[in-house]
Design a protein around this ligand. Structure first.
Ligand SMILES: [Zn+2]
Length: 199
């Protein structure tokens, strides 16, 4: 922790905060995208995308899960973050990004006993039914993570604000699968398959 603390204490000096780019941040935020990813410490959206402060609005939780719209209890941080990003900030893109070696998705795939983690258990319960077909097939973890990204995008499409903005052509939804050990980003295509695009 000491190294993290030292870097935080010197951050303002290490970074050129006197520059216009940082001063402009005080005016407001105008992010291009809402980035929904796992809380996993090995997934760093700004590192992957090269985003600078103000460019992406982040929602992170175990398993990059989008709570079903209107479900009791969904008036939590995740649903509120989505509503705020779309209705107030007017982001034009949403990225749902799953990742390799995901502990949350691994627990779902393996049917891990989570009785000692009742909150994690309840959280992951949101995705178990949707993933049951691939889990039953004995799919590899990558396939389970990718299926979860597809499912979470489908949940997102049930948000009235998402449906409206997509219909109006003002919002695009993206699915990504990120490999933590190679840095490779696979993008979900219209055909429902993930592919690597050359930059
Ligand atoms: Zn994860």
């Amino acid at each position: 922790m000491k190294a993290l603390l030292d870097r935080a204490r010197s951050f303002g000096r290490r970074v050129g905060f006197e520059s216009d780019a940082y001063r402009k941040l005080a005016v407001g935020q105008f992010p291009e995208a809402l980035f929904i990813s796992c809380s996993d410490s090995r997934v760093i959206p700004a590192l992957i995308t090269g985003a600078r402060p103000g460019e992406i609005f982040e929602l992170r939780n175990a398993g990059n899960i989008v709570p079903a719209y209107g479900r009791q209890g969904s008036a939590g941080g995740a649903a509120a973050t989505i509503e705020y990003a779309l209705d107030v900030l007017g982001v034009q893109n949403v990225v749902v990004c799953g990742h390799s070696h995901c502990g949350a998705m691994g627990a779902v795939r393996d049917g891990a006993d989570l009785t000692r983690l009742p909150l994690v258990d309840a959280w992951l319960d949101q995705v178990r039914d949707g993933l049951a077909p691939v889990v039953k097939e004995g799919a590899a973890l990558a396939e389970v993570v990718q299926a979860n990204v597809r499912n979470q995008l489908a949940v997102l499409r049930h948000y009235p604000v998402v449906r409206r903005l997509v219909e109006e052509g003002r919002l695009r939804l993206h699915g990504w699968y990120y490999e933590i050990d190679t840095g490779i980003v696979h993008e979900l295509g219209d055909d429902g398959r993930f592919r690597v695009h050359a930059s």
